[in-house]
Design a protein around this ligand. Sequence first.
Ligand SMILES: NC(=O)c1ccc[n+]([C@@H]2O[C@H](COP(=O)([O-])OP(=O)(O)OC[C@H]3O[C@@H](n4cnc5c(N)ncnc54)[C@H](OP(=O)(O)O)[C@@H]3O)[C@@H](O)[C@H]2O)c1
Ligand SMILES: *[C@@H]1O[C@H](CO)[C@@H](O)[C@H](O)[C@H]1NC(C)=O
Ligand SMILES: *[C@@H]1O[C@H](CO)[C@@H](O)[C@H](O)[C@H]1NC(C)=O
Length: 342
Amino acid sequence: MAFGKALAVAAIVAVTLVVLLRTEHDYASTKIFSLKKGDIPQLGLGTWLSDRDEVAHAVEYALDNGYDHIDAALIYRNEDQTGKGIKASGLDRSKIWVTSKLWNSDHRKDKAEAAIQKSIADLGVDFLDLYLMHWPVAFVPDEGTRLDEGTSFVDTWRTMEDLVRKNYTRHIGVSNFARADVQAILDVCAICPYAHEFETHPYLQQQAFVDWHRAVGVEVIAYSPLANTNPTYRDKKGGLVGPIFEDPFWTALAAAKNATVAQAVLAWGVRRGTVVIPKSESEKHIDENRGALEIEFSKEDMEAVAKQDKKVRMNDPGKSWGVELFSDLDDPTELDGDDNEL
Ligand SMILES: NC(=O)c1ccc[n+]([C@@H]2O[C@H](COP(=O)([O-])OP(=O)(O)OC[C@H]3O[C@@H](n4cnc5c(N)ncnc54)[C@H](OP(=O)(O)O)[C@@H]3O)[C@@H](O)[C@H]2O)c1
Ligand SMILES: *[C@@H]1O[C@H](CO)[C@@H](O)[C@H](O)[C@H]1NC(C)=O
Ligand SMILES: *[C@@H]1O[C@H](CO)[C@@H](O)[C@H](O)[C@H]1NC(C)=O
């Protein structure tokens, strides 16, 4: 039927337009990078270190004030409270993106299904949008951080693919992987990683790594997007880097945009095509961070920020676990070095 055909053509044109918009990476444009409908929202609320007594309100407040994406994890030990916030918000489940993460002690097949069931139950949802392997490191269940040499992260990926097949989660992904680790998954995946969540911010830009993900079709979720603002990162690297909120480059750039440093830093993260997930328990900060989506960055701004990279990693538990993490990336674990730990 002619009408059906016209509709099909219109659909193809629309899809092509969306794909073009999606793959365009033109820093010269002042438009915010657009994502496909149904894709992960560019701004999410982080919940690591969110106080159990505060997080429900923070989540509810964020969802009622323009956020539609929550970044949770079983190991944060507050998913039940996070779930209360989701439930209390006025948003329909279909309008919210919910991410959770498989902890290192739950990598074995018999543990992983129970772990995702617990996260789903605590978060009070029927399914997750994204489930991440929190680290490419397996611990022996119930034995602290003793490494489980018998369970590779490829084995665990297979297990996670089954979690998609069983409808527990729409997508699966990885977190804190080295590039070779991501490649090892890409080489064998039947259901391939939707996203990689890793530390990246103005002081650990990893631009080539970010670009590589775009080339292989994996979304980048930038964690600790406010660099060393997380209080557990203070005094890391012997004070080599001061607080980003006091960095003269960033205070000047923010002032020029009539924005706060937090807004400018988050806007840069969005502008380079990453998803940013700032954590906050404060209504004021939650509103302020939402405002980052309105701030524009020029090509010149992007080039100036690129020169400010300090290649300093804030979050590296590799030494305490006895694992060389981030081996092919900036600031890898140094097992015998005087490295930062969490
Ligand atoms: N996959 C992983 O292994 C991994 C690792 C680390 C983090 N993450 C995820 O990424 C999220 C974000 O990272 P993060 O929590 O490490 O650090 P972050 O979001 O970069 O910084 C959080 C800190 O910044 C403060 N803050 C937020 N907005 C602010 C504003 N506008 N002005 C001033 N201070 C502000 C917060 O305090 P207030 O609460 O007082 O606002 C908090 O102390 C985490 O919560 C977690 O969901 C994942
Ligand atoms: C998963 O959902 C799909 C689509 O709704 C359905 O066809 C399938 O039977 C479900 N699988 C399981 C294991 O529940
Ligand atoms: C600067 O930002 C403040 C707070 O968002 C706003 O009230 C004010 O109108 C802005 N000024 C200019 C010149 O854009």
